[in-house]
Design a protein around this ligand. Structure first.
Ligand SMILES: Cc1ncc(COP(=O)(O)O)c(C=O)c1O
Length: 504
């Protein structure tokens, strides 16, 4: 009789990716001696043994790797295509504003892209401290309310010559043109945002062609100059052909404008560069894409007889999605309805940790068990045990279930790809859905080749209650540490007065 081998998690990964069980699984996860490593250096199993779960692991050297890799690919693409102008890597800070993320990207050489007032105020502070060096561009996108325009003026008047307001609306011009120091302006092309009809909502940004003409005239009549053309297509664009085809019309618009505006020098394609963080089987030929982009721009510019522009990409997801992970524990298993996958109840909230599971249709994350790769598989869905919300599940009902090793509880899962947008959308340091406390955080940064770490404990209940306006309730709260009581009756002389009287 032929005995059918029970499929294990290791078999599944081997089938999906060809991974032999040891070595590099993706460009951010590896496995050695049966233990998972982040960035090939940080042992996640050891962290789970030491700190338990839930734990957020923030590994900033991955950001450095991302930036360096893209800059190298761009250099190779420039060499291959003989592209005559520079390539500039900007970090779209909206993806993750955490100081360690922003500062690591800057240290790796990134320029800065802002989306709102607060963002620019941070940039101004970093610029003053020299953390954002004075040769870096600061591209200011987004709709500019008065405070944002004021922040741009302040930065420029403080001496920063590289701040570039990218006009999102003609109404922004008046205040900005009144800035006494010369400003370098950009215009954002509105049509690029939804040229293919696949990105509704993206076409609310930027100027129509007629508005661009008006902006060009008004800037030409001033002591300022127009230097940048911005054309953003979308986010996580995994189809390189589509990405390039959609940009083509914008490159032609750039060229036509460049024929009349000799100060134009940057073509900024915005975000959209995909991250590998969401799927194990992800593949995108970044260098191939950049080579094709440069060749396309070079050729179109030659047709229009204008110099090829310096290129800017604003990398959000690509920069930070892969630098952090959540470790969560399957605390209990609940049977699914007949014929349906079982529930693995984890000690966290999926809708708080992974809000894109709700907002982005079909959003996926890479989930790997830290142990038990040789145990049989079962189809499951995860559910957050720290909320009682029926939406607190992943994968969503319309998605295929996960296949994970069997467990009765205690299995720890690493959820990757969470470093971009998730925490910014869910918020950090606040009161969350069902008062789910934020997980403890273990942050690793690299300084002079050495990894330094710091541990931030799990958010405590007293903090959450204070945020919600509750007065301290000492008797109702679990105490972090209780002294053993020597005697239940203290003599009146030894009793602290304030406690007896109940007043401070
Ligand atoms: C103007 C602009 N640039 C860059 C980005 C970053 O996009 P991504 O995360 O796809 O890289 C965004 C994202 O919304 C954006 O609005």
């Amino acid at each position: 009789m032929v005995q059918l081998k029970t499929l294990t998690f290791a078999d599944l990964i081997a089938q999906q990716t060809g991974f032999a069980g040891e070595g590099r699984l993706t460009d951010f996860v590896s496995r050695y001696d049966g233990e998972l490593y982040f960035g090939d250096r940080l042992n996640l199993n050891r962290l789970a043994r030491q700190y338990g779960a839930p734990l957020e692991v923030v590994y900033t050297p991955q950001i450095t790797t991302q930036v360096q890799r893209m800059r190298n690919w761009a250099e190779q693409a420039r060499a291959m295509t003989e592209y005559p102008a520079a390539f500039h890597y900007a970090y779209a800070t909206k993806a993750n504003f955490a100081a360690e993320a922003v500062q690591t990207a800057l240290a790796a050489g990134a320029h800065y892209e802002t989306s709102a007032t607060a963002d620019l105020i941070i940039a101004h502070g970093l610029w003053r401290q020299g953390i954002l060096p004075s040769d870096r561009l600061i591209c200011c996108n987004g709709s500019k309310e008065a405070a944002y325009r004021e922040a741009i003026r302040n930065l420029r008047l403080d001496g920063c010559e590289t701040v570039i307001p990218v006009l999102d609306d003609l109404s922004e011009l008046n205040d900005l043109l009144a800035t006494p120091a010369p400003l370098q302006f950009g215009v954002r092309e509105r049509a690029a945002g939804n040229r293919d009809g696949r990105h509704p909502g993206n076409d609310r940004f930027g100027l129509t062609m007629t508005e661009i003409e008006q902006a060009v005239e008004r800037i030409a009549d001033s002591h300022h100059s127009l230097v940048l053309y911005h054309a953003m297509v979308g986010s996580q664009i995994e189809d390189a052909n589509h990405f390039l085809a959609t940009l083509r019309a914008s490159i032609e618009h750039y060229c036509r404008l460049r024929q009349r505006v000799p100060t134009l020098r940057y073509f900024n394609f915005g975000g959209g560069m995909p991250t590998a963080g969401y799927q194990l089987s992800f593949h995108f030929d970044y260098q191939g894409f950049l080579s094709r982009l440069m060749a396309t721009i070079r050729d179109i510019c030659a047709e229009y007889n204008v110099p090829a522009p310096e290129l800017i990409g604003e990398f959000g997801r690509y920069t930070v999605a892969t630098h952090s992970a959540y470790l969560v524990e399957v605390g209990s298993v609940k049977a699914g309805q007949p014929g349906q996958p079982d529930w693995y109840l984890v000690n966290g909230s999926l809708m708080v940790m992974l809000p894109d599971t709700l907002f982005v249709s079909g959003q996926e994350f890479v989930i790997l068990p830290l142990t038990d790769w040789d145990r049989p598989l079962r189809p499951v869905r995860l559910a957050g045990r720290r909320t009682c919300d029926s939406d607190d599940i992943y994968p969503r009902p319309e998605q295929e279930p996960l296949w994970l090793p069997e467990t009765e509880g205690g299995l720890i899962l690493a959820i990757f790809g969470i470093g971009a947008y998730q925490q910014m959308i869910a918020g950090r340091g606040g009161a969350h859905h069902c008062l789910t406390p934020e997980a403890a955080r273990f942050i690793i940064e690299e300084q002079q080749g050495r990894l330094n770490s710091r541990f931030v404990p799990q958010q405590d209940q007293a903090t959450i209650m204070r945020l919600l306006g509750y007065r301290p309730q000492p008797t109702a709260l679990p105490l972090p540490f209780r002294q053993p009581m020597r005697s239940t009756v203290l003599s009146a002389r030894r009793r602290p007065r304030a406690r007896i009287a109940g007043i401070a």
